[in-house]
Design a protein around this ligand. Structure first.
Ligand SMILES: O=C(O)CNC(=O)[C@H](CS)NC(=O)CCC(=O)C(=O)O
Length: 286
């Protein structure tokens, strides 16, 4: 059975430091015998401001982060799913939040542009307006074959919407990925519940690589990267920011991986044993 590995670290605005962390995670995944490595959203950088994000954002053809990761994937013959930023072709003021698949030859073979932007105004809590800087995508990417099963790509805040994962499932997804950088308070409240719900209702593996720790003065992430099986069991997980704990800085965070087998035989058996026949005649709105 193939092993999926999930990598967790704390990105900063240093592309070279982030590439070094991801290269280390790739080696850990290879040493464990994994068939693919899943890395978080915005692995190339977490900027301190929208203007810094724009200045760091580069096309994949010149990004030292992406080119470096492609070279490592090829060297180790290990496919990677990773979240990155790309310039927006229609606006110089905006970027695209992407999840890409790099195959074992180091080529980018699949791409998905995050369709839901994270705009929240929590009193006394995180306030973010991703839509100010980020152009949302307008299509899902059809699930595609990989060494760990048929993968459907989503990103972070997309997790709060059951519809896209159900759509990917209907199109054949066996593994749904959510590279993420969840905030600490929303992570503590919602992350695990949402991931397990998406796995149970799609009857698919959910693979969620997340950032952890303090990226900069104004920004920290929750962690708890995990793999959930189609029964809703957490079969692998990394560390998280506990309630009341001060997030560690990037220098203090130890990049780590967790791994789990992807059992597609069990998935098929479960889908047969618990058929989820939808009644769209009763709820045509969805
Ligand atoms: O900023 C970047 O460069 C990359 N983008 C992100 O990290 C995005 C937008 S700020 N974060 C989320 O979607 C967190 C969602 C979340 O925390 C929740 O749904 O509760």
């Amino acid at each position: 059975m193939p092993l999926a590995a999930v990598g967790q670290f704390c990105a900063t605005s240093s592309l070279s430091a982030n590439l070094a962390a991801c290269t280390h995670l790739l080696r850990l995944a290879r040493d464990r015998g994994a068939s693919a490595l899943f890395l978080p959203e915005a692995s190339d950088y977490i900027a301190t401001s929208p203007s810094e994000s724009l200045s760091l954002c580069q096309p994949v053809t010149t990004s030292p982060f992406v080119l470096g990761l492609q070279a490592e994937a090829k060297k180790l013959a290990l496919p990677i799913n990773v979240g990155i930023h790309e310039p927006c072709p229609t606006s110089a003021e905006k970027i695209r939040n992407m999840s890409v698949w790099i195959d074992a030859n180091g080529n980018i073979t699949q791409r998905y542009q995050k369709v839901h932007t994270f705009d929240v105004f929590i009193a006394g809590g995180p306030q973010m307006q991703e839509s100010k800087t980020t152009e949302p995508g307008s299509a899902l990417t059809p699930p595609f074959q990989t060494p760990v099963g048929k993968v459907g790509l989503l990103v972070c805040f997309d997790l709060r919407f059951p519809e896209p994962s159900l759509a990917l499932r209907r199109n054949g997804a066996e593994v749904v990925t959510y590279p993420s950088a969840f905030t600490v308070p929303t992570g503590q409240a919602h992350w695990e519940v949402l991931l397990r719900a998406r796995a149970i209702e799609t009857q698919a593996y959910v693979v969620a690589a997340a950032q952890i720790g303090r990226h900069s003065e104004g920004r920290a992430s929750y962690g708890q990267s995990m793999i959930v099986d189609p029964w809703g069991r957490i079969v692998a997980q990394c560390r998280k920011v506990e309630v009341g704990e001060e997030p560690r800085t990037a220098g203090e965070v130890e990049p780590e991986i967790c791994v789990a087998e992807v059992d597609l035989g069990m998935l098929e058996k479960m889908r047969k044993e618990v058929p989820l026949k939808r009644r769209f005649d009763v709820y045509p709105e969805v």
